[in-house]
Design a binder for this molecule. Structure first.
Ligand code: GSH
Length: 202
């Protein structure tokens, strides 16, 4: 399989980390949405990463749709259970984590990518409050527990830590109101080289 996009993107990275955690073979095609948009548009009509090329040439877009396929391949090892209350619990926590990642990406674009003369301080303040709310909620969900759901590693943990590390890399103030619980989860996940190996290194 070939994964299009750079590890700076939390959406690309959650797919990369999951491929590694499932011990699946894949290679990276690190196209940038800043400098390689013409190329990305050829593989995704809405010009976004991640895109995953399957071995037969079929392409999948959108991290959640890609993870759905990988979970199917992983079977019993899937980081999101196939059904029932366990699936709902993981999807709930993953949605908070993914929403936090989305707000962090939007805040990053507003603060760092938009030309200075066109920046909207109130918009950035709202995005910052939304990202901080997400990180605070994830942190609170970890009270007295080592994982966000089911008492074991799930997609919620993977996505939450990737959202945190994205914020720490691009706009650390987004994550400054959390306590140490989310940081401890980050450190536990990074003890596994399959996860740590996907960290954006520039
Ligand atoms: N819901 C999508 C979001 C993907 C997304 O927004 N990716 C960003 C990179 S962080 C992107 O490609 N942005 C370029 C653009 O939208 O113009 C997913 O989960 O894959």
């Amino acid at each position: 399989m070939k994964l299009v996009g750079r590890m700076l993107s939390p959406f690309v990275r959650r797919v990369a980390a999951t491929l590694n955690l499932y011990d699946m073979e894949w290679e990276s095609w690190p196209l940038s949405t800043v400098s390689d948009m013409a190329e990305i548009l050829k593989v995704n009509p809405v010009g976004r990463v991640p895109v995953l090329y399957l071995d037969d040439g079929e392409t999948l877009v959108d991290s959640s749709a890609i993870l759905d396929h990988l979970d199917e391949l992983a079977g019993e090892r899937a980081l999101t259970p196939r059904g029932g209350p366990e699936r709902r619990a993981v999807l709930h926590a993953t949605a908070i984590a993914l929403g936090t990642a989305e707000k962090s990406v939007s805040a990053f674009y507003e603060a760092k990518r938009r030309p200075e003369a066109m920046r909207w301080p109130d918009g950035l303040a709202m995005l910052t409050a939304q990202a901080r709310g997400g990180f605070a909620a994830l942190d609170a969900m970890l009270e007295g527990r080592e994982h966000l759901a089911l008492g074991r590693l799930t997609q919620a943990d993977v996505t939450a830590v990737i959202a945190l590390e994205f914020a720490e890399t691009v706009l650390p103030e987004l994550a400054e109101n959390r306590t140490s619980r989310l940081s401890a989860l980050r450190d536990r996940l990074n003890a596994d080289p399959r996860f740590a190996g996907t960290k954006f290194t520039g």
